[in-house]
Design a protein around this ligand. Structure first.
Ligand code: SF4
Length: 227
């Protein structure tokens, strides 16, 4: 759906573009002084799935696009592995600007940037959000257990599904973590398959209208031949 559930996709798309422009010009925290480009995020406003990471890295800072380095290639491969095209997903981060030397986000930076991610979620209204790493989990599911205990779990808040996952950048250099992330992505596929099956089961069944009933209905509008 859309912002507040009532915005047409074209309007939401325009608002997403406006939001990206505001993020690109944002100076609300110190990271604006050291960034090359802000990285608002990438993907269609109609995406049913969002992936939220921690913050842009060096390549993302240089290009202004999210997840374009080695971690991005791994994310693309992991998504492909469960039948998802990354171009159908909206990919973003908790912070829109790169922290120097890729240090952890500071609490005041996360607070200053929070409304940008909140606005993206409100416009896109995704069914599911993949939380890539502990900072995304802390930001969107505060109070969750450590990611070592909640990764791969399906957490439902209102009607939205959240799945904490290890960050691909961390998995790049840790074979055990990569194996866990790959297994968790298969769990994501299971969650998506279940959701699709529920949606199919809930869809109204088209019942053929008998000819007599159809003619009687036409009579209600005064234009049909009397039976
Ligand atoms: S990190 Fe967020 S709040 Fe800070 S300057 Fe960039 S867009 Fe603005």
């Amino acid at each position: 759906m859309s912002l507040a559930g009532h915005v047409l996709p074209g309007v939401a798309a325009a608002r997403l573009v406006d939001l990206g422009a505001r993020i690109s010009g944002c100076t609300a925290c110190r990271l604006s002084e050291t960034r090359t480009h802000a990285v608002p995020g990438d993907g269609p406003v109609t995406a049913r799935i969002m992936a939220v990471g921690e913050a842009p890295g060096e390549k993302e800072d240089l290009t202004g696009r999210p997840f374009v380095g080695a971690a991005g290639r791994l994310l693309t491969r992991l998504l492909q592995g469960i039948g998802l095209d990354r171009h159908d997903i909206f990919i973003s981060n908790v912070l829109k600007c790169r922290p120097p030397q890729n240090r952890d986000p500071l609490p005041d930076e996360v607070a200053a940037c929070a409304h940008h991610l909140d606005a993206q979620v409100a416009l896109i209204q995704p069914d599911a959000i993949l939380l890539l790493g502990r900072h995304a989990v802390a930001r969107l599911l505060p109070g969750s257990p450590p990611i070592s205990r909640c990764h791969g779990e399906r957490i439902i808040e209102r009607t939205r599904v959240y799945v904490p996952l290890y960050h691909p950048a961390a998995a790049l250099y840790n074979g055990g973590m990569l194996a866990t992330l790959e297994a968790d992505m298969q769990r994501v596929k299971g969650y998506l398959d279940e959701a699709a099956a529920r949606a199919r089961a809930a869809a109204p069944v088209a019942v053929p209208v008998p000819e007599v009933a159809a003619r009687t209905q036409l009579d209600l509008f005064g234009g049909a031949t009397p039976l």
